[in-house]
Write a protein that binds this ligand. Structure first.
Ligand code: ADP
Length: 481
C-alpha cells in the first residue's frame, strides 16, 4: 500500500489539539530505497515550549478526571490502533524498513500497552498505615507526576511510544513526545488516533525536528517533572546530567550488550531457534538483541553449524516483499558500524561462516552473518552492533562464562539455554541484567517488567511496575482525631 493512501499521514506537529506547520522542514527517508518519503515540519525550542505550556494547562484538568474516564480514552486509543493496523504497519515499514509482518506484529504489541495500562490505571491504589499517635491517622495516596517529556527511538516506532504514553496518560499525566527524526510519521499517526480516541487538547503533544533543541527545552522546563527516554547510552547520560538542574524524575531505557549462553546440556535446536528470534528480529536492531553468543566447547561446532544454516535461509529484501525476514538497516551510519565490526572481527581472527558482506541489493542492506572464533579483543564484544551479525565465543566452565557475560557496563537482557535445574538457578541469579530469558529468545510482553541494570538504565516499563514510574507517593498525616 502507498503511504499516501493511509488516513493517518500527517507531516506537521501536533500541539494542543492542532496540527501546525513550519517553513523549516526535514526529509524522512525510506531506508530500503534511500528515497524521500515526505517533508516533515521541523520543530525547535519555540514549538517545544508551546507544547509544554499546552501540556501544563491540560494536566490541571486531566488529573481531575476519574481513573475510569482516563482509562476509556487509553483503551479506545489502543482499539483504534488495531482498527488501523494496516495503515500503521504501512507507515512503519516505509519509514523504518522492518518486514511488513513484523510491523503488523509491532502494532499489536504496541496496542497491548494501551489495553494493559487502561486497566492498571484503575488500580493505582494507596494505603493506610497503622498510626504512630492515637489521635492521628496515616494515609498514602499516589498522584500523577505531572507533564512528562518522552523521547523515543526509531527501532520500534510505535511500541516505544505506547509503553510510555499508556501508563503516563492512564495515571493522569500529560505528555510532550519527541519521536526519532527517522520515524516521525508513525508518531504523528498516533496523535491522529489520540484525538479520535477522545484525548482532550494538550494531553498528548508531538514535536519532531531538532533533537538537541527539543531535548534542551524539555530538560530546562520547570513544569516538565519527568523524562522517559529510550535510546543510546550516550544521550541517556546527557539527559541525566541535564535533569539535575530541575531535579526531574527519569526513566531511561538505554543500550544493551546481551549475552546468549548455550550450555552443553541445552536443547541445541531450541537454542538455535531462540538465537534466530532474538538476534535477527528487526535486522538485529533491538536493544535486547543478542550481541554475544557464548557456546560451551563440546557443543560449539554443532551450535554454530546449525545457526549458520538457519541464517543462510533468511530472506533479505524490502519489507513489503513476500516472505521477507530481513529488511534494511536504518541508515548508512548503521551500515557502516556493522561493516566495521565485521572487518575488525575478521582482522582479529574471526571466521565468517555465512554472510560477512553487504547485500547485492545495495543501499542499507547487509547479509545476515555468523562469525566463529570470536574473542574479547574484538570491538564486537564490547560495542552494541545493532545489526544482523552473530559472533560466537567459546567457553569451558559455568564460572568462566558468568564472568565473561557480566564483563560489560550494560545489563539489559541476557539469555541462556540449559536443562539442568541447579544450573538454571545459579546462572539466572548470577547474570547482571534486568531481564533473563531462560530457554527463551523472545522476552518482550506488556505484562512483564522491561528494563536494565548498570548503564542500561533506570526504571521499568510494562507490567504493574510500569505505572509506578508515573506517580508520586503522597503521605498524609491527619491529626486531631
Ligand atoms: P540511536 O543511536 O538509537 O538513534 P539516540 O539516543 O541517538 O539513539 O536517539 C534516541 C532518541 O534520542 C531520538 O529521538 C533522538 O532524536 C533523541 N536525541 C538525540 N540527541 C538528543 C539530545 N541531545 N537531546 C534529546 N534527545 C536527543
Amino acid at each position: 500500500m502507498d503511504i499516501k493512501q493511509t488516513d493517518l499521514l500527517q507531516t506537521g506537529f501536533y500541539i494542543n489539539g492542532s496540527w501546525l506547520q513550519n517553513e523549516k522542514c526535514y526529509a524522512v527517508i525510506n531506508p530500503a530505497t534511500n528515497k524521500k518519503i515526505a517533508d516533515v515540519a521541523s520543530a525547535g525550542e519555540q514549538e517545544t515550549s508551546a507544547a509544554i505550556d499546552a501540556a501544563t494547562i491540560a494536566f490541571k484538568l486531566w488529573r481531575k478526571k476519574t481513573a475510569k474516564e482516563r482509562s476509556q480514552v487509553v483503551r479506545r486509543w489502543g482499539e483504534l490502533m488495531m482498527e488501523h493496523q494496516h495503515d500503521l504497519a504501512t507507515i512503519m515499514t516505509t519509514e523504518q524498513g522492518k518486514p511488513y509482518a513484523e510491523a503488523l506484529g509491532e502494532v499489536g504489541y504496541a496496542a497491548s500497552f494501551f489495553e494493559w495500562f487502561a486497566e492498571e490505571g484503575k488500580r493505582i491504589y494507596g494505603e493506610t498505615i497503622p498510626t504512630h499517635k492515637p489521635d492521628s491517622r496515616i494515609l498514602v495516596t499516589k498522584e500523577p507526576i505531572g507533564v512528562v517529556g518522552a523521547i523515543t527511538p526509531w527501532n520500534f516506532p510505535l511500541a516505544m511510544i505506547t509503553r510510555k504514553a499508556g501508563p503516563a496518560i492512564a495515571a493522569g499525566c500529560t505528555m510532550v513526545l519527541k519521536p526519532s527524526e527517522e520515524t516521525p510519521l508513525s508518531a504523528m499517526a498516533m496523535a491522529v488516533l489520540a484525538e479520535k480516541a477522545g484525548a482532550p487538547a494538550g494531553v498528548f503533544n508531538v514535536v519532531s525536528g531538532n533533537a538537541a533543541e527539543i531535548g534542551g527545552a524539555l530538560m530546562a522546563a520547570k513544569s516538565v517533572r519527568k523524562i522517559s527516554f529510550t535510546g543510546s547510552t550516550r544521550v541517556g547520560k546527557l539527559l541525566m546530567r541535564q535533569a539535575a538542574d530541575t531535579v526531574k524524575k527519569l526513566s531511561l531505557e538505554l543500550g544493551g550488550n546481551a549475552p546468549f549462553i548455550v550450555f552443553d546440556d541445552a536443547d541445541i535446536d531450541a537454542a538455535v531457534q531462540g538465537a534466530m528470534a532474538s538476534k535477527f528480529r528487526n535486522t538485529g536492531q533491538t536493544c535486547v538483541c543478542v550481541n554475544r553468543f557464548y557456546v560451551q566447547d563440546s557443543v560449539y561446532e554443532q551450535f554454530t553449524t546449525k545457526l549458520a544454516k538457519a541464517v543462510s535461509n533468511l530472506k533479505v529484501a524490502s519489507g513489503f516483499e513476500e516472505g521477507v525476514t530481513q529488511g534494511p538497516l536504518i541508515n548508512a551510519l548503521a551500515l557502516e558500524k556493522v561493516e566495521s565490526h565485521v572487518q575488525d572481527a575478521v582482522a582479529n581472527g574471526g571466521v565468517v561462516l555465512v554472510g560477512g558482506k553487504n547485500s547485492p541489493l545495495g543501499g542499507n542492506f547487509y547479509e545476515p552473518t555468523v562469525i566463529a572464533n570470536a574473542h574479547h579483543a574484538m570491538r564486537i564484544a564490547s560495542e552494541e552492533t545493532f545489526g544482523p551479525v552473530a559472533a560466537c565465543y567459546r567457553f569451558s566452565s559455568e564460572e568462566e562464562v558468568l564472568e565473561l557475560a557480566n564483563a560489560t557496563e550494560s545489563g539489559l537482557a541476557a539469555y541462556f539455554y540449559s536443562r539442568d535445574i541447579g544450573r538454571v538457578w545459579r546462572v539466572a541469579e548470577g547474570l547482571e541484567s534486568g531481564i533473563v530469558g531462560i530457554n527463551e529468545g523472545i522476552i518482550s510482553t506488556e505484562v512483564a517488567p522491561f528494563g536494565g541494570v548498570k548503564e542500561s538504565g533506570l526504571g521499568r516499563e510494562g507490567s504493574r511496575y510500569g505505572i509506578e514510574d508515573y506517580v508520586e507517593v503522597k503521605y498524609m498525616l491527619m491529626g486531631g482525631i
